[in-house]
Design a protein around this ligand. Sequence first.
Ligand SMILES: Nc1nc2c(ncn2[C@@H]2O[C@H](COP(=O)(O)OP(=O)(O)OP(=O)(O)O)[C@@H](O)[C@H]2O)c(=O)[nH]1
Ligand SMILES: [Mg+2]
Length: 164
Amino acid sequence: MGAAASSSAHKSDTPSTPIEKAVSRSIDRELAKEKIEMANVFKILLLGGSESGKTTIFKQMRILHLDGFTRADKINYRYQIHSNAVDALNQLIEACQKFRIVHESSIQGYVRDFLKFRTQTNNDQNDFELRSDVADKMHRIWISGPIQMAYKRRWEFTLLDSAK
Ligand SMILES: Nc1nc2c(ncn2[C@@H]2O[C@H](COP(=O)(O)OP(=O)(O)OP(=O)(O)O)[C@@H](O)[C@H]2O)c(=O)[nH]1
Ligand SMILES: [Mg+2]
């Protein structure tokens, strides 16, 4: 039964008409072309534990040997960088509360505005735009003495490693 089915399938696969033969030759040419192209492809398998740098090597290869990052990649990374900056500053402000470090009076308004901005945006990727006035306030908060004091004690609380 199987042999009969196989034989009949094989028979119908064999090109007989001129059109079928032309199509078959075209497929053969494509396969031969692909074979030559594949002979020049080197595949690399990156092995390593978590956080060992596999993705980083892949990204570096793209920057060094290909076109680097696409526009969509850049937009996505920009969001991640801004989002990390907001999260890290929030962690530092929380640490000040924990350590009972009081902000300078000239900074307190900026801290309030920043926390309000963070609550409003809630770090939503679709709705997240780090406005320049907020970035400016974040910079002023960051360089203030109390925040730098909390930063020096960063081993005592959770802080993103890209905070600085
Ligand atoms: N100092 C240093 N840091 C590195 C190097 N390569 C990667 N990193 C950092 O190590 C961290 C982890 O790197 P990834 O490339 O994400 O690691 P991964 O192997 O892809 O991790 P998983 O996806 O979790 O398996 C990142 O914060 C990188 O910036 C390196 O050569 N030197
Ligand atoms: Mg990875």
